[in-house]
Design a protein around this ligand. Structure first.
Ligand code: GDP
Ligand code: GDP
Length: 439
């Protein structure tokens, strides 16, 4: 999903860049890695209420002057307008409408983009009404008197602006299918689990050939969701003597992880969490996949009231780097809790694709900063976090824009990252964080 773009247009010196800086979250121009936007303009992330967008300053627009570089600016403005979902036309309330404004207005009226008329430099609200009223003659609808320097009046403009932006895609689109990989050491019970999963669902089970020649996927349906179980041929294949079972299965598992959305990491309750399990968990993390930890053969364990707690502790200790994954204790053989697996897969898949608005991210950040301010380095320099924004999904990635990443030690980073985890939850998926300094 790329963010909607708002182009700021107007002749030179009316206060366009001042307004852009006022609307943008940060005063530092940030070049965004959004797909589909042009690199040679500066896009600044902004938000109002729960809506995120990018503002782009177009440079001063002049029509009647054909000195060397002005046509270029004009081209820029036209290009910016083409990709924009809305435009803000800035005029100077202190000088009143000029012939150049008239000309730009005429051009804007021919464009299909909705235009909002910002009458800048209206520091006094009473006078602003009068200053604004002069601009009705531009035929662009209601003039919004405001002051880019002081900030008054911008709220009314933004309230109106966001009604013109396409609705935010807050809810992830339901994917056509969730790709699930079942991985684990030999003999942990993967094929038994596969049988339990495919047998349990009354819906269709059909083998579909996977990406490489000898892989087979199986498709299972439950409550209208389709799950593609990745490389079930690999799961069914009995121990490969020639290559050595361990070597063979781990590479196959790595491939399945890469192709999946959610990984079921199957652990043998009798053996506990082994080094191989840690290796697989590590790979899941590196690949940024969602996961559910399945402790199988729960029937084979002698239990008292502490057993489950001890196991949970063991999983937490040995797979601490996957502490975001939910753990389920099952018996593939007896079917105990097998029916809950796909519920947890759904939850993990949902987190994996979730997008959180910039306003929510910054609420979490503000709260976290209030509780513990960033450390000061030995040279007496303090870290500053300007703002954060989610830059991608699958897995969710959050960029934090800071003055200097070197000023944030491991401890403080972990503290901030933990706050996001606690406040936003994201069960079942890793979250990536990028600490970015000023360019
Ligand atoms: P741009 O060329 O349209 O980008 O305009 P700038 O943002 O560079 O501003 C041009 C001049 O107008 C600067 O001297 C600003 O300080 C001034 N200016 C911008 N906004 C306001 C405002 O809200 N009130 C007043 N009084 N002056 C402003
Ligand atoms: P895979 O190599 O990971 O596919 O493991 P299999 O599904 O072939 O299972 C290996 C062995 O563990 C078989 O003898 C299974 O019967 C046994 N097994 C699998 N699941 C369970 C379970 O939930 N409980 C018990 N007690 N044994 C299981």
């Amino acid at each position: 999903m790329s963010l909607p773009i708002v182009a700021v247009i107007g002749r030179p010196n009316v206060g366009k860049s001042t307004l852009v800086n006022r609307l943008a979250i940060s005063r530092n121009a940030i070049v965004h890695d959004e797909p589909g936007i042009t690199r040679d303009r500066t896009y600044q992330p902004a938000f109002w209420q729960d809506r995120d967008f990018l503002v782009v300053d177009t440079g001063g627009l002049v029509f009647d002057d054909d000195t060397e570089f002005l046509p270029l600016i004009r081209e820029q403005a036209i290009a910016a307008l083409q990709e924009a979902q809305a435009a803000i036309f800035v005029v100077d309330g202190q000088t009143g409408p000029s012939p150049a404004d008239e000309e730009i207005a005429q051009w804007l009226r021919q464009q299909s983009v909705p235009v909002l008329l910002a009458v800048n430099k209206c520091e006094s609200p009473e006078q602003g009404l009068i200053q604004g009223a002069q601009f009705w003659e531009l035929n662009l609808g209601e003039p919004y008197p405001l002051s880019a320097i002081h900030g008054n009046g911008t709220g009314e403009l933004l309230d109106q602006l966001i009604t013109h932006l396409p609705p935010q895609e807050d809810l992830p689109e339901t994917p056509p299918e969730t790709k699930v990989a079942i991985v684990g050491r030999p003999n942990v019970g993967k094929s038994t689990l596969l049988n339990a999963l495919t047998g349990e669902s009354r819906a269709i089970v059909s083998p579909i050939s996977g990406t490489t020649r000898d892989t087979i996927d199986m498709v299972v349906e439950r409550n209208g969701t389709t799950y593609r179980l990745i490389d079930t041929a690999g799961i069914r294949k009995k121990k490969n003597v020639e290559y050595g079972a361990e070597f063979f299965s781990i590479n196959r598992a790595f491939k399945a992880i890469r192709r999946s959305d959610v990984v079921l990491l199957v652990i043998d309750a009798v053996d506990g969490v082994t080094e191989q399990d840690q290796k697989l968990a590590n790979r899941i993390m590196e690949e940024g996949r969602a996961a559910v930890i399945i402790v199988n053969k729960w029937d084979a364990i002698e239990k008292d009231s502490y057993t489950i707690y001890d196991y949970e502790q063991q999983v937490r200790d040995r797979l601490y780097f996957c502490d975001w994954a939910e753990t389920l204790f099952i018996s593939a053989m007896t079917g105990q809790r097998v029916e809950r697996i796909l519920e947890l897969v759904d939850r993990a898949a949902e987190s994996h694709q979730r997008r959180v608005t910039t306003s929510v991210i910054n609420e979490v950040l503000e709260d976290a900063l209030k509780r513990h301010s960033p450390p000061t380095t030995r040279q007496g320099k303090q870290g500053k976090i300007y703002y954060g924004t989610q830059v991608s999904t699958q897995p969710p990635a959050i960029a934090l824009f800071v003055n200097d990443p070197k000023r944030f030690n491991e401890n403080y980073r972990r503290y901030i990252e933990k706050q996001f985890r606690q406040q936003l939850a994201f069960p079942g998926t890793p979250i990536r964080f990028f600490w970015r300094g000023k360019k």
